[in-house]
Each structure stands twice: as structure tokens, then as C-alpha cells.
Design a protein around this ligand. Structure first.
Ligand SMILES: [Cu+2]
Length: 134
């Protein structure tokens, strides 16, 4: 975990969203997966939304479970300081987050497995995203 986090930080200036990707490209992009279009106001079925307050709702024992194929929107806010949240393997980040300002990531959970969601500021594991195979 620690070593992995350090690798992430080292890679970050070169490719902000590539951390954990081992150089592989990904076709997962934020807000491109909704069949209704990115700006659709009616969520398609299978949309899962969850908000996390970092330091309150997060921890190494927190597991958030979704089904493969779900459209997932995760919102994070850190009341204690600036942050950046990264979904490993999906290679999606919130980008720089100001203290107390919520930021979201949206993606289709097309890969099954356990995926670490970590802070790139504290380098802590915030929670594990568990995508259960269909
Ligand atoms: Cu990372």
C-alpha cells in the first residue's frame, strides 16, 4: 500500500489520471457512459450515487458495493483540508479538491473486482469499491 501510494505520487505530475494503470490505456472516461448522455437529468436504471465525507464515512474497513454495469457517481468532501481522490484501476480522479468543497467522479463500473479509492494528499486508503460480477 505505501509503496503503491508513493508510485502514484511519483507518476502524478506526468499523467494525473494514469496512476495505477501500469501504462495501459483505458477507455473509461468520466461522464461518457450514460446512455442518456452526460447531461441527462433522469438517471438510467442501475445508477448508484453515494456521498462520502472524508474522515467520517471513510476508512480502511469501508467497502462500497455496486453491481457490474452500474453507473456509479461518488461524491467526496473533505472538511479538514484540500484533497484529491483517485479510483484505482479505473484511473479516475476528482482532481484537486478545495477544503469543504464536494467533488464527484462518475463512471460505469464495467470491471469487476475490488478497487482501492485513495487520497492523493494523505495517501490513505479511503474505501474499497467492490464491483460484483453479473
Ligand atoms: Cu492513486
Amino acid at each position: 500500500m505505501k509503496l503503491r501510494a508513493l508510485v502514484c505520487v511519483a507518476v502524478a505530475p506526468l499523467a494525473l489520471v494514469a496512476c495505477g494503470g501500469s501504462g495501459s490505456s483505458t477507455d473509461t472516461t468520466v461522464a461518457s457512459s450514460s446512455p442518456n448522455g452526460a447531461m441527462g437529468t433522469i438517471p438510467p436504471s442501475g445508477t448508484v450515487e453515494k456521498s462520502f465525507t472524508i474522515g467520517t464515512d471513510t476508512g480502511t474497513d469501508v467497502v462500497f458495493e455496486v453491481a457490474q454495469g452500474d453507473n456509479v457517481k461518488l461524491t467526496f468532501i473533505n472538511p479538514d483540508g484540500d484533497d484529491e481522490v483517485h479510483v484505482h484501476d479505473y484511473d479516475i480522479t476528482t482532481g484537486a479538491m478545495d477544503k469543504n468543497v464536494a467533488s464527484s467522479v462518475s463512471f460505469t463500473a464495467d470491471k469487476a473486482g475490488d478497487f482501492e479509492i485513495e487520497s492523493h494528499v494523505s495517501e490513505e486508503l479511503l474505501l474499497t469499491l467492490r464491483v460484483t460480477a453479473k
